[in-house]
Write a protein that binds this ligand. Structure first.
Ligand SMILES: Nc1ncnc2c1ncn2[C@@H]1O[C@H](COP(=O)(O)OP(=O)(O)OP(=O)(O)O)[C@@H](O)[C@H]1O
Length: 126
């Protein structure tokens, strides 16, 4: 919520504070985010193990970011859906299913990227 007394700088600083609060809530309470952070850690370990290039690191971090952003948006939509209609409703189910499609898209794309980066390297050491 914007405080009308805040100037530009103070307003931006407040927004950053709330944004980091949101990040902390996601990381500490959302199991889907925790799971994706675990996969991100595995990917980072693999990156060091296979000594991937700077471009591959950049693409890998983009893929990790894509999944985390999609998971965060999905969590926010689930929260809104549960708040506005906690009871069972066919439309809430549809909204949640569609929202869940976003991280699924991102995860599938990330798997393809992981395959492009690591399959040739794994073949190389076999
Ligand atoms: N209020 C509801 N009305 C109808 N269907 C619902 C409702 N809540 C959940 N569902 C159905 O159950 C599925 C799972 O919903 P839920 O909120 O448990 O999400 P989830 O993906 O298990 O989330 P998370 O594990 O991140 O909490 C939804 O995708 C939807 O199909």
């Amino acid at each position: 919520m914007k405080n009308p007394k805040d100037g530009f700088i103070r307003g931006r600083l407040r927004s950053v504070k709330f944004a980091f609060k949101g990040l902390w809530i996601l990381v500490t309470t959302e199991d889907s985010i925790k799971a994706q952070l675990f996969f991100a850690l595995i990917a980072t370990i693999l990156g060091f193990f296979f000594e991937i290039s700077a471009t591959e690191w950049a693409v890998q971090f983009l893929a990790i970011g894509l999944v985390l952003v999609a998971e965060a948006c999905n969590s926010a939509i689930e929260e809104v859906a549960d708040f506005i209609h906690p009871e069972f409703h066919i439309k809430i189910g549809l909204i949640k299913d569609i929202a869940a499609g976003a991280p699924t898209f991102a995860a599938l794309i990330s798997l393809i990227i992981a395959g492009i980066i690591y399959i040739p390297k794994i073949m190389g050491i076999l």
